[in-house]
Design a protein around this ligand. Structure first.
Ligand code: BES
Ligand code: MN
Ligand code: ZN
Length: 483
């Protein structure tokens, strides 16, 4: 898909013009007068102006005008701008138009506005119906004219890299567990690494055992699918060590293990590898954007099943950190795999580590559908991640992680237990991870179990995987330049 600068007069020759309409503003200035009059008329007739609400008007030049509710002018954020573009393009899914134009509101600055718009367009090009016997037609859009004062090349490149990374994570999360096994995810990582120039290593069970990753392997032992640990490296500066490590939970299917889950909704546990898909996708963008920093990514891939060799509640394992873990609940497996990934990243020389995981149902209860939980230490680093997430167009919310929660994960017979009281489950999980973070290491944990999958269609996105957090990971990688 090509993105180019388009003069207002040229929009008449496109198949569709996408126009954001603010509830407290009229047709965008700069468009030809007759077109503005049409837009005003259609907007008025359409009424509501609901945020991301779409109204399509059929005419001649251009053939279609797609109005998208953009909310109040002052409330515009990068996230909204991305969703506005996505809602407009999504409305053209079956329209067979090849050339479109998008009016870009530049109030957040030209470069961020272009980037968010490009992201939104790419976001809307992905669809979840990958296994129809009669394949869905691919979207026809090949040229996107951006109606703006300028179209900075770097902003387009960032928007494309980020959009592709988010769609990568969504595609892998959407695939069923029989077709996206740990080995399949590792193959996807290898393919991405080859295409973008990342260094990629895939560790098998034997290598993980030699490293002492018995906490990770305790989850894998109930499944016939061999586990995989994917390591991706971007070296953007001279010298050793890593300025940032990304660690992703990659449970390709979470049945709960012996502490088996109820049947209702269990099929969605195919997406319990979203964290892994997110760090792999983000590394693809890192490779394309080449920040002058060393970035490491670790994806821990396994199924959580209840085979004859599966972990039993009460079993004890020694993690790579040396800390011992009593497995109270085999369904609290994410934290078991993550602690070994976090330790591996620190042993590789990362002093700044960010993990991302569909970790707890509790985060969904706490924050609802539209925010992901942010934990970590020290506070200054958490604040930095939060600020970056806002600019990147994600919605994180800071959650408590204090000594009371750390006390709760103490085991009666080992160092740690993987489940504690019923309340504050997301903070308890974070406290468990915290136990393997070494002194002086900056760490953030993103619990995306609230946001990774949407149960309903939204104007900007079909129901299914959403790819939260990927943008923040990329922004982080770009922000740690030079250490
Ligand atoms: N993968 C789940 C968390 C999850 C639940 C993600 C729903 C997305 C939607 C995780 O492995 C899990 O099962 N967590 C348990 C922890 C509990 C046993 C301490 C949970 O949240 O119930
Ligand atoms: Mn689980
Ligand atoms: Zn899980």
């Amino acid at each position: 898909m090509r993105f180019l600068l388009m003069r207002p007069a040229a929009v008449a020759a496109t198949g569709a013009l996408i126009v954001p309409i603010h509830s407290d503003g009229g047709a965008p200035a700069g468009l030809p007068r007759a077109l503005r009059a049409t837009i005003e008329r259609v907007a008025k007739a359409a009424g509501s102006g609901r945020l991301y609400g779409v109204t399509t008007h059929f005419g001649t030049a251009p053939e279609r005008i797609v109005l998208v509710g953009a909310g109040k002018r002052a409330d515009l954020t990068p996230e909204r701008q991305r969703r506005i573009a996505a809602a407009g393009v999504r409305a053209l899914w079956r329209a067979k138009v090849r050339r479109i134009a998008v009016v870009v509101d530049e109030s957040l600055g030209t470069a961020p506005a272009i980037e968010a718009t490009v992201q939104g367009v790419i976001y809307a090009m992905w669809r979840p119906e990958s296994h129809r016997s009669k394949p869905e037609p691919l979207p026809a859009i090949s040229t996107v004219g951006l109606v703006a004062s300028a179209v900075p090349v770097a902003a387009v490149r960032r928007g494309q890299a980020i959009g592709d990374a988010v769609n990568f994570a969504r595609r892998l999360a959407n695939e069923p567990a029989n077709l996206m096994t740990p080995s399949n995810v590792a193959d996807e990582a290898r393919t991405l690494a080859k295409a973008t120039g990342l260094r990629c290593e895939v560790l098998d069970e034997k290598r993980c055992r030699a490293l002492g990753m018995h906490s990770f392997l305790s989850v894998a032992q109930g499944s016939d699918q061999p586990p995989r640990l994917v390591v991706l490296r971007h070296h953007g500066r001279a010298g050793k060590g890593y300025d940032l490590a990304l660690v992703g939970k990659g449970i390709t299917f979470d049945s709960g293990g012996i502490s088996i889950k109820p049947a209702a909704g269990m099929h969605l546990m195919k997406a319990d590898m979203t964290g892994a898909a997110s760090v792999i996708g983000a590394m693809g963008a890192v490779a394309r954007l080449r920040p002058a920093a060393n970035i490491l990514a670790v994806a821990l891939l396994t199924e959580n099943l209840s085979g004859g060799r599966a972990t039993k509640p009460g079993d004890v394992f020694t993690s790579m950190s040396g800390k011992t873990v009593e497995v109270i609940n085999t369904d609290a497996e994410g934290r078991l795999v993550l602690i070994d990934g976090l330790t591996y990243a620190q042993r590789e020389g990362a002093r700044r580590v960010v993990d991302i995981a569909t970790l707890t149902g509790a985060i969904h209860v706490a924050l609802g559908d539209h925010f992901s939980g942010l934990f970590g230490k020290p506070d200054a680093f958490v604040a930095r991640v939060l600020e970056l997430s806002r600019g990147a167009g994600d919605r994180l919310w800071p959650m408590p992680l204090t000594d009371e929660f750390r006390d709760e994960v103490r085991s009666d017979i080992a160092d740690l237990r993987n489940q504690a009281g019923r309340h504050g489950g997301a903070s308890i999980a974070a406290a468990f991870l915290d136990a393997v973070i070494e002194d002086g290491v900056e760490w953030a944990h993103l619990d995306i179990a609230s946001q990774d999958w949407s149960d309903r269609d939204q104007p900007h996105s079909p129901k299914g995987p959403q790819g939260p957090g990927v943008r923040t990971l990329i922004a982080l990688a770009e922000s740690v330049r030079g250490g």
